[in-house]
Design a protein around this ligand. Structure first.
Ligand code: MSP
Length: 668
């Protein structure tokens, strides 16, 4: 009987378009799901989008859309991207779907009926970006997770008795497989040991969410709503027999794959909700690290994202899949760069598996009329042949063990070790020289060398299939082996390549990429950034005072020091209004400001304390560089920069406007 295997991605917020950070998690899950299907497991792979909550409501407002319209658009972008990438998810759940909403209400009722929900009043800080209640924080404090300023919430809420689960949760973490890797497990243990407070699980000051059953003034806390997707999608709370059977079959999940920033929600809140509802717990929660770009976490708010489409257009989905799983040590943060991507693509895909496939299959075509030759077991056999076979056997074993421990990079290293071994074997045995000779011994040796190479290629291709499904499916057909999906991975062993197999048509699977690939991808990304319209050149026009002022500086600059309009367009200057201003302790120069940008309130540290008293700044409109990478100053995260003229002696004078300008307006 086949085993079941249920794996999930986090459901992605619809306030940002998909980027390769999201693709990373989805690719990892897709690869695992594919391997399990090849192993014969009855596999269910779920992904989807998280569409409720204050963060989405505000993002929709800022975009001038209703939350539903907004969610529809971005959710469909995620869905289309996964389709384009050939992601093999079995369902796609949206939290605004009726099936989900009803079933979340059922879960809420169940927890309430079991006595774990009570009504109270919450006064405290909340981070809208993380949709997180920040215990113990004071007004103005930054969120410990993202550094943004928390907002004060004072409202009547429903509370969940999280504190009742402290001991049970600690017992769960005794199982080292429940939270992985070890670093995350330790983090969770110390968080829970430090004491759990009851958790507010409803909000009543906005309405974009699922109404609390029997009290629709409240909407259910978005994390309870979102986490429940893992059970609602497979039929929890449904009255249909089919859905109930699916829930019985697939729940509990075998793996919840997540990024490290949402560990607390998955490893503390989620198991507690399930325990309270009397439901079984997931078997493992696996947290990976972040993809960094230009040294910080790739994210929309930092403006340092790379779109997946760019890489798909230039190198294809397999290239991205391979790169992310090979280059990033799973569990740790990893840097992304177009240079590194192209380098890996060329060394491991074009020159690695791609080259092995084309040279081996081309020689079988040339010397054996396209039929896999019979190896000799007698005169033409050499110890080097056994070394390749042994390397292949070891690769099969190691790949499986490492992959199942989520060590994708090392698993791929073992499969590519086999490819390197065959490359060396081919060079040392010179099949092209053997092919020149007609004597029986040379023919027999040639047959053995090409059979050995082709068999090793088959094994490397089978192992790599879950990671690079398109290319390996092509190699499989070129080898005359038919549909790779029919492969039974559990039976993979050396020596199964049928003798006399007729090869299919051969064509390169990974054409080499030259330097222009990097430039093209870079350019495609730059073009996606907001563009400022170029002013019309009009020689008759009087220069504006601003232009006159800039003349002396310009005369000193060389052409290479000038920037293009596109360079300027990269700087996002916006009007903001100071809502909080205070001195930074032990600093003469720094003020800590909270600046309202219309869509969010930003914390910015500004070196203007010697020129401005903090109280004179409240309500003042300022210009802020909104897309500057965040940095830490005296323990505070500064998210942007206030623009000021720097006078002699370094005295700053804040840029301001004579006319009234709306908050959030862009300067260009
Ligand atoms: N909606 C919540 C999750 C709810 S699950 C019940 C959420 N969404 S998110 O859109 O912010 O996506 C978070 C997930 O996207 C991360 O946990 C991670 O899996 C992935 N990533 C987003 N940016 C990433 C990087 N820069 N690097 C790696 N993964 C990233 O949190």
């Amino acid at each position: 009987m086949s085993r079941k295997f249920y794996i999930t991605t986090p459901i992605y917020y619809v306030n940002a378009r998909p980027h390769i950070g999201h693709a990373y998690t989805t690719i990892a899950c897709d690869t695992i799901a594919r391997r399990h299907r090849l192993l014969g497991d009855d596999t269910f792979f779920l992904t989807g989008t998280d569409e409720h909550g204050q963060k989405i409501e505000r993002a929709a407002q800022a975009a001038g859309k209703t939350p539903q319209q907004y969610a529809d658009e971005i959710s469909s972008e995620f869905r289309k991207l996964w389709q384009r990438m050939g992601i093999s998810n079995d369902d796609y759940i949206r939290t605004t779907e009726e099936r989900h909403k009803k079933r979340v209400q059922t879960l809420f009722r169940q927890i309430r009926d079991n006595g774990y929900i009570y009504k109270g009043t919450y006064t405290g800080q909340y981070c809208v970006s993380d949709e997180l209640y920040v215990d113990g924080a004071q007004p103005g404090d930054p969120c410990p997770t993202c550094g943004r300023i928390t907002e004060t919430v004072h409202e009547e809420n429903y509370f969940f008795k999280l504190s009742a689960f402290q001991d049970k949760l600690l017992e769960l973490y005794a199982n080292p497989d429940f939270v992985r890797p070890e670093t995350r497990r330790n983090e969770v243990i110390s968080f829970v040991r430090s004491g759990l407070r009851d958790l507010s699980i409803s909000r009543s000051t906005f309405s974009w969410g699922i109404p609390v059953p029997d009290d629709p003034k409240h909407v259910i806390y978005v994390w309870l709503d979102a986490l429940a997707n893992y059970i609602t999608a497979i039929g929890y709370g449904s009255s249909h027999a089919g859905a109930q059977a699916a829930f019985q079959k697939y729940w509990p999940a075998d793996v919840h794959m997540i990024g490290k920033e949402i560990v607390r929600f998955h490893c503390v809140y989620w198991p507690a909700f399930l325990l309270a509802a009397g439901l079984p717990l997931p078997k493992a929660i696996v947290a990976h690290g972040w993809l960094l770009f230009e040294e910080s976490k790739m994210s929309k708010s930092r403006g340092n994202i790379v779109r997946t489409e760019t890489i798909l257009d230039v190198l294809g989905a397999d290239a991205l899949r391979y790169f992310l799983l090979r280059e990033v040590v799973f569990g740790q943060d990893g840097s992304f760069s177009f240079d590194a991507l192209v380098q890996r693509y060329n060394s491991d895909l074009a020159n690695g598996i791609g080259n092995l496939a084309s040279r081996t299959l081309t020689m079988i075509n040339r010397y054996f009329k396209g039929e896999v030759p019979y190896p000799s077991h007698t005169v033409a056999k050499k110890p080097a042949d056994d070394v390749v076979a042994e390397t292949a056997r070891k690769a099969i074993k190691d790949f499986g063990v490492l992959f199942d421990q989520f060590q994708f990079s090392r698993a791929l290293e073992s499969a590519w070790g086999l490819i390197a071994a065959v490359d060396r074997y081919i060079v040392e045995n010179e099949p092209w020289s053997l092919g020149e000779k007609q004597d029986d011994e040379s023919r027999a040796r040639l047959a053995t060398v090409l059979y050995t190479s082709a068999e090793a290629l088959r094994i490397a291709t089978a192992l790599a299939h879950p990671v690079i499904p398109d290319a390996t499916a092509k190699i499989w057909t070129q080898m005359g082996l038919g549909d790779i999906k029919k492969l039974v991975l559990a039976d993979l062993a050396w020596g199964q390549l049928p003798l006399g197999t007729k090869l299919g048509e051969i064509s390169p699977v990974f054409p080499r990429a030259d330097k222009s690939a990097i430039e093209r991808m870079q350019k495609m990304e730059d073009q996606q950034k907001p563009v400022v319209e170029e002013p019309k050149q009009d020689s008759q026009q009087e220069p504006t005072p601003a232009k006159l002022q800039s003349v002396p500086a310009m005369t000193q600059s060389t052409d290479s020091a000038r920037i293009t309009i596109d360079d300027f367009a990269k700087v996002e200057l916006r009007v903001g209004q100071v809502v909080v201003a205070e001195r930074v302790p032990k600093s003469d120069k720094l003020l800590r400001l909270e600046v309202d940008l219309g869509t969010e309130v930003r914390q910015v540290l500004a070196g203007i304390a010697e020129a401005y008293a903090p109280e004179t700044l409240i309500g003042r409109k300022v210009v802020i560089v909104a897309n500057l990478a965040p940095r830490k100053l005296r323990g505070y995260e500064s998210n942007g920069m206030i623009v000021a003229a720097s006078l002699e002696g370094g005295k700053p004078v804040l840029a301001s406007f004579l006319e009234d300008v709306p908050i959030g307006a862009r300067l260009k």
